[in-house]
Design a binder for this molecule. Sequence first.
Ligand SMILES: NC(=O)c1ccc[n+]([C@@H]2O[C@H](COP(=O)([O-])OP(=O)(O)OC[C@H]3O[C@@H](n4cnc5c(N)ncnc54)[C@H](O)[C@@H]3O)[C@@H](O)[C@H]2O)c1
Length: 256
Amino acid sequence: MAGRLKDKIALVTGIGAGIGRGIALRFAREGATVIGCDIDATTAAATVQAAADEGLQIASVHPCDLTRPADVERYVRSASDTHGRIDILVNAAAIPPHMARAAEMDYEGQWTPTMAGEVDIVFLAVKAAWPWLLKSGKASIINFASVSAFRGSTNFGMLAHCAGKAAVLGMTRQLAIEGGPGIRANTISPGLVVTPATASAGGTDGAIRERLLERMPLKRLGDPDDIAWCAVFLASDEASWITGANFPVDGGVMAG
Ligand SMILES: NC(=O)c1ccc[n+]([C@@H]2O[C@H](COP(=O)([O-])OP(=O)(O)OC[C@H]3O[C@@H](n4cnc5c(N)ncnc54)[C@H](O)[C@@H]3O)[C@@H](O)[C@H]2O)c1
């Protein structure tokens, strides 16, 4: 199946870790021209090297802080100056959310940075890339909502995270309305995917993992490539009649 994204110019944010890294590598294997970015220069460079080790090329702008409009502009220009259009925008970068319950959540120190790191970070990239996505004529935006956009958590205080992910879901529906017919916009809602962020938050082992697996029909946590395959489909012309949709990729958790 290699070549499903041949001739596509793809921006993938957050290529230094987790889902963004998995998508950047998978897109490159499928023939896309990938321009990544990350705030972390070391991990982004490691992803570029991992691609090179496979004989593939990924360009990357790093360090790039996507909560700063000037950095976002610089990133988008690095693609638009060379290619004159953008076909795919995958907003995988996100700042780990502050985990606090309503009673303890601090407005300035926790709520506001979580919204910036989950919602503003998507809006800013979409805004900067929009004119170049329009030039594509058949562009695809892929944003990340989450199971947390649909249900609360009994394990963690996820007030701001649940709000942020529901905001991304709503924003993406509106982008689908405003973008048609030339720009499609969809969300993927992952279940628990093993990444450095989820591992350090304590969700991928111990009792929490066991409780989660109990209600998961497919009985394993996700891998970034599980998400990347869905992103390949949504980014490709195979999905040319799909916009404003949400794809749960979660081992079946949302079914229960
Ligand atoms: N991993 C999961 O279980 C899971 C579940 C549901 C939703 N999601 C969503 O999927 C997306 C990707 O998640 P992940 O687990 O791969 O995250 P991650 O934390 O593993 O990776 C995010 C990447 O973004 C980069 N980044 C952070 N702040 C940045 C900034 N200001 N500018 C540029 N880059 C920045 C980080 O350096 C990192 O490389 C997020 O939106 C996340 O909320 C993940």
